[in-house]
Ligand binder design. Structure first.
Ligand SMILES: Cc1cc2nc3c(=O)[nH]c(=O)nc-3n(C[C@H](O)[C@H](O)[C@H](O)COP(=O)(O)OP(=O)(O)OC[C@H]3O[C@@H](n4cnc5c(N)ncnc54)[C@H](O)[C@@H]3O)c2cc1C
Length: 188
């Protein structure tokens, strides 16, 4: 697994549950506090239930009461009614701090499964499959997996190796400001 974000860690947990041995290569030296809150919609909660982590996530989160998106002038583009979502889908959406979700996913993996400070340098194809070479603390390591999963985010190195001509993401000029308040704030 290249990348230890939400996608990489969740996929690693899922693969381990069906008997795979998984190694996660994460570029960052440590899992630090990044980001603010994250909303987990019913599909994410259902997936976390399958991973055996749904109750732990519910215990450390708050129900998603509502929310939405507005134009800069304040007009609503879309609104979310948490109660209506639960009525419709039978699963409550929740919000929790992003580092808490990462810690739960990370904690579901044995320490030796996650190699931090590791940056892949080459995917080498040969008659036996693929060898993954990576650099860590000035040394080169190698892995010979049955499957390589590129979970290394928006500017994926893995994708660039396999699909070098794929168009890169384009910044649309938007900036997101995120914060967590000490008490719930009702949408106006
Ligand atoms: C402002 C904002 C708000 C959002 N809010 C929500 C929300 O409320 N609910 C929701 O469901 N989604 C939300 N999202 C989307 C969600 O954050 C992403 O879909 C999710 O983080 C993607 O996870 P990922 O694991 O694929 O990638 P990432 O989270 O980007 O993780 C990639 C990981 O790979 C590592 N990495 C990168 N390159 C390498 C490399 N070469 N070698 C090794 N490791 C590498 C990175 O260090 C990182 O740990 C939001 C996104 C933004 C920008």
């Amino acid at each position: 697994m290249v990348g230890g974000g939400i996608g990489g860690l969740a996929t690693a947990v899922a693969l381990r549950r069906v008997g795979w041995s998984v190694t996660v290569l994460e570029r960052a030296d440590a899992f630090e506090e990044v980001g603010a809150g994250i909303s987990l919609m019913s599909n994410a909660i259902t997936s976390l239930d399958v991973l055996g982590l749904g109750d732990a996530v519910r215990d450390g989160s708050r129900p998603q009461l509502g929310g939405g998106m507005r134009t800069p002038s304040g007009a609503w583009l879309s609104r979310l009614d948490g109660a209506a979502v639960e009525r419709e889908l039978g699963v409550n959406a929740v919000v929790l701090p992003r580092p808490q979700l990462l810690a739960l996913l990370h904690g579901a993996l044995p320490d030796e499964s996650v190699i931090t400070g590791a940056t892949p340098s080459a995917l080498v194809d040969d008659d036996h499959g693929v060898e993954v070479r990576y650099a860590r603390a000035g040394q080169e390591g190698t892995l010979r997996p049955d499957l390589v999963v590129g979970a290394d985010g928006l500017r994926s190195w893995v994708r660039a190796q396999r699909w070098p001509d794929a168009p890169a993401p384009v910044h649309d000029g938007s900036t997101a400001w995120r914060a967590i308040t000490t008490a719930p704030v009702a949408p106006v």
